[in-house]
Ligand binder design. Structure first.
Ligand SMILES: Nc1ncnc2c1ncn2[C@@H]1O[C@H](COP(=O)(O)OP(=O)(O)OP(=O)(O)O)[C@@H](O)[C@H]1O
Ligand SMILES: [Mg+2]
Length: 397
């Protein structure tokens, strides 16, 4: 099986996230969740795995991708399709008339969903919108069972909905929030998406629309898990990756995003293969120099990274775009990152007024962090991915 670099990692290709999964199951006892994290960090893969885990335990769980949808009615229809009547009826028959249906079968975590089978669902006032009847019917139907509704690309959908009809989007978010907040509702929502939620909500001043959800921020892999994944993936490709070589690979990646780890591993195997072909050896053993060669090769492949630039160009108005470029260029040039004050002084030329400059920087940092460009830790702002940093320095610095 080939190493995944792009699509969600499923089945055997999915590694680790053990503590994250445990924590999410625990949180789901009492919360709906907003799963956020920079691009390509493995949000979809994690949602998929959670859905599979739930299904293996006989629970009704579905991962619904709403990327292609741009209306409230379309969203409701997607949920209708994901949870057809027969599955819900079948499920309710299979659990019989037990009143409390917990998710305690998952990893020993006790999940006491309120209500459960057969409890009365109090419906909130019907929204004043064309899709209201559909919405109420869906809610009534889905509220009978403790479903796990995992919605991916919700932020992409939401951005389109807002662009199309902001007033309708507002009603839709209000309805969805009231549904979540209903204390008798047995289902649980997890929302995720590749556009940063918090900067999206901030941009449209809709922050309160999701303040009932627990904001779960996905982080990088830990070194041990990263090394295990890399060793196993190399082995499956019939290559030996000794720990010092893989440790070197992790160091070069910097922030341990599984995507960049996999990318550099695939390229390292390619470089090793070329080296062995040239030297006539067939040891199939990775070397530190292969990793370094692979790193340079990746940097030279513009098509790998160009979309990081194009996305900003597309998303931002001219002044914000200039600001984002200035922030990224300054950060790319500094190996250990910059403090906020250092960044502010670099931006003086773009915006002389200190208060305005500070507010602008906050807004742009929110976006650049959520979209996976930058990271703030111990008072310093730096690129998450060393690869992206070095690419940026080379091409735009
Ligand atoms: N748990 C994991 N095990 C192995 N590889 C992973 C894992 N999570 C992510 N990856 C790697 O990262 C890549 C992207 O994963 P995924 O599509 O799930 O990320 P995402 O956060 O949903 O991305 P996007 O922001 O574009 O929606 C995968 O192709 C794989 O290389
Ligand atoms: Mg995704």
């Amino acid at each position: 099986m080939a190493i995944r670099v792009g699509n969600k990692a499923e089945g055997n290709d999915f590694f680790d996230r053990v503590t994250e999964r445990e924590e999410i199951w625990r949180l789901l006892e009492g919360n709906h969740i907003l799963l956020s994290g920079p691009r390509r960090l493995g949000k979809t893969s994690l949602l998929q795995r959670l859905a599979e885990e739930a299904q293996e335990q006989g629970l009704l769980a579905k991962l619904v991708d709403v990327e292609g949808i741009d209306t409230a009615g379309g969203f409701i229809l997607a949920l209708e399709h994901a949870f057809p009547d027969v599955t819900i009826t079948g499920y309710l028959q299979s659990v019989g008339q037990k009143i409390s249906v917990g998710l305690d079968r998952i990893k020993g975590v006790k999940l006491n969903l309120p209500g459960g089978v057969g409890s009365e669902i109090e419906m909130q006032a019907k929204p004043d919108a064309g899709w209201a009847d559909q919405a109420v019917r869906l809610q009534e139907r889905l509220s009978k069972a403790p479903l796990l509704i995992f919605i991916d690309e919700f932020s992409v959908f939401l951005e389109k909905l807002i662009a199309k009809d902001a007033a309708d989007a507002e009603k839709f978010l209000g309805w969805l929030r009231a549904w979540r907040m209903n204390s008798n509702v047995a289902c649980r929502f997890v929302f995720s998406g590749s556009i940063g939620f918090n900067s999206l909500l901030d941009r449209y001043k809709a922050g309160t629309r999701f303040n009932d959800c627990y904001d779960f921020r996905l982080g990088p892999f830990r070194l041990k898990a990263a090394l295990q994944m890399l060793a196993e993936e190399a082995r499956r490709e019939d290559w030996e990756g000794e720990t010092p070589v893989l440790e070197h690979l992790c160091r070069r990646v910097g922030w341990l995003s599984p995507f960049y780890l996999n990318l550099l591993l695939v390229e390292s195997i390619g470089a090793a293969r070329d080296r062995e072909l040239e030297s006539g050896s067939s040891l199939h053993r990775l070397q530190i120099s292969d990793v370094d060669d692979a790193y340079d090769r990746l940097l030279a492949t513009r098509s790998r990274f160009i979309h990081w630039y194009q996305r900003l160009e597309r998303d931002l108005e001219a002044p914000d775009f200039a600001l984002a470029l200035a922030v990224l260029n300054a950060s790319a040039k500094s190996e250990h990152g910059l403090t906020r004050n250092q960044l502010l002084s670099r931006l003086q030329r773009l915006e002389p007024d200190p208060d305005r400059r500070s507010a602008q920087l906050n807004r742009i940092l929110l976006k650049l962090e959520e979209d996976g460009y930058l990271n703030q830790a111990d008072e310093r702002i730096r690129f998450l991915s060393f690869l992206l940093r070095d690419y940026w320095k080379r091409n735009y610095g």
